[in-house]
Every structure is written in structure tokens, then in C-alpha cells.
Ligand binder design. Structure first.
Ligand code: CMP
Length: 147
């Protein structure tokens, strides 16, 4: 392990995905800019395609919901950007920055108000708890890819 890699303390990180339509529409830069301007440090970042199995696993808590299979197909429809963001109170502050799941209910200036197209194509994912932030970050990033 590189000496600059580190383990972040629980509570200070959240995990994000820039979803396929936002990547397709050229919104990676503007979204990362808003994230940085809002005081988050990007400590891991990469662009990738999810496999169907990975998407099913990532969203398994929603497997009984009517939107599950469409959500999985959407999430594998193009490359995504995944990242770990560090800040005090990261989970809650990032949820404020992204706004409500339904973009019509998202507050002005939030990422979803600015970049979402629908409930499903809602531009970004953000972890909903410290525990899930750790699990989601671990799913995508070994410690050798965290800085
Ligand atoms: P996300 O924060 O990634 O977590 C679960 C995802 O399911 C959510 O963002 C939306 O993309 C999607 N989702 C949640 N509710 C609905 C819904 N009612 N219809 C379609 N997609 C939904």
C-alpha cells in the first residue's frame, strides 16, 4: 500500500455515483465542480461500466420495488463515475447538496434540480447512512485507490 493511502474515519465519508445520463450529457465536470465548491474533498474517483450483476447487487435493497429492473437496466446503459467524498458530516451534507430523489421536489441549486431528468435518471446517487457509505465505498474502491 502506498504511504499516502489512508483509511478514513467513519462519519467523514460518503459515496457518490454520477449516473449514465449525466455522464452522457457532459455533466461530469459541472457536478464535480459543485461538489468541490461545497467543501467536499474527492478522495477516490473512477469511470466504469457496471455489470448487470453489480447493479443488481448495489440496488438489492430495492429488489421488490416496481422500478427495480428498469433501474438496473438504466444503471448499465452507459459508463458511470463513482467517487468517495470526504467532509465532516459527509453523508448528511451531501444529501443536502444532491436534493430530493424526485427532481420536481429538489430544492433550487441542488445537483438533482440542476441535472436530473426523472426519478430514475436523477443524476447522482449519495449514500443514505454512514454504514452504507462504508459498504458502497468498499464495493468499488480497495484502499490502494483511496487517497
Ligand atoms: P438512488 O439515490 O441511486 O437510490 C435508489 C434509486 O432508485 C434512486 O436514486 C432512483 O434513481 C431510483 N428510484 C427511486 N424511486 C424511484 C421511483 N419511484 N421510480 C423510479 N426510480 C426510482
Amino acid at each position: 500500500m502506498h504511504s499516502e493511502n489512508k483509511q478514513t474515519m467513519t462519519g467523514n465519508i460518503t459515496f457518490t455515483i454520477i449516473k449514465p445520463h449525466a455522464v452522457r450529457n457532459g455533466h461530469i465536470g459541472p457536478i464535480l465542480n459543485k461538489i468541490s465548491e461545497s467543501g467536499f474533498k474527492i478522495t477516490a474517483l473512477k469511470m466504469l461500466y457496471l455489470t448487470r450483476g453489480e447493479a443488481q447487487h448495489f440496488y438489492k435493497v430495492h429488489r421488490d420495488r416496481p422500478f427495480y429492473s428498469d433501474l438496473v437496466e438504466f444503471m448499465i446503459s452507459g459508463p458511470i463515475v463513482v467517487g468517495i467524498l470526504e467532509k465532516e458530516n459527509a453523508v448528511e451534507d451531501y444529501r443536502q447538496l444532491i436534493g430530493a430523489t424526485d427532481p420536481e421536489k429538489a430544492a433550487e441549486g441542488t445537483l438533482r434540480k440542476l441535472f436530473a431528468e426523472s426519478m430514475r435518471a436523477n443524476a447522482v446517487h449519495g449514500s443514505d447512512s454512514d454504514e452504507n457509505a462504508d459498504m458502497e465505498a468498499t464495493f468499488f474502491f480497495p484502499y490502494s485507490e483511496r487517497f
